[in-house]
Ligand binder design. Structure first.
Ligand code: HEM
Length: 139
């Protein structure tokens, strides 16, 4: 059961967070050139995969419960960083993309920077998931 939950968790992370990272990184450049076509498509991609991405923490918590590691420090830090990244996406990045498309300019540079921080947070979480510092289970 744990293996199934972990598989869904990792597949969701790859297939949802991956597209968001790519689409969000490309967005500022395309939106600056023209707030139509590709920029609209990239914004929609970010929005759609944000919804799909909810599966990542849901199956992450299910995996953690199944393994009995929900109280572990590495996991709590991961949950915290995931929450910060999700908040950044929903409350800052997506609204700023919308403003750029609407022409009520948000700065492309600032958005690119926020998106960079967002991607960095995922990278840290993935390393935490793999290294699990302090964990006595597994390799
Ligand atoms: C609420 C947030 C999250 C929780 C509760 C959670 C929980 C877990 C748990 C319990 C494991 C199993 C570790 C083990 O085998 O002992 C795991 C593995 C993993 N998680 Fe998460 N996770 C969360 C967010 C994320 C995010 C945001 C990503 C990627 C962007 C991610 C990527 C991974 C990967 C790649 C593994 C496999 C690591 C391995 O088995 O070596 N997780 N996660």
């Amino acid at each position: 059961m744990t293996k199934l939950l972990l598989s869904v968790h990792v597949i969701a992370a790859i297939l949802a967070v991956g597209p968001i990272a790519v689409a969000a990184s490309l967005f500022p450049r395309f939106a600056r050139e023209s707030p139509t076509g590709t920029a609209v498509f990239l914004h929609r991609t970010c929005r759609t995969y944000t919804v799909v991405g909810v599966a990542v923490p849901v199956f992450g918590v299910a995996t953690g419960a199944s393994l009995g590691v929900l109280g572990d420090a590495w996991l709590l830090v991961s949950v915290l960083l995931t929450a910060v990244a999700a908040g950044l996406l929903a409350l800052t990045i997506l609204p700023a993309q919308r403003r750029m498309l609407d022409g009520t300019t948000a700065s492309a540079k600032r958005l690119a920077m926020t998106t960079g921080v967002f991607n960095l947070l995922w990278a840290v979480v993935v390393v935490l998931m793999i290294v699990r510092p302090g964990s006595t289970t597994g390799a």
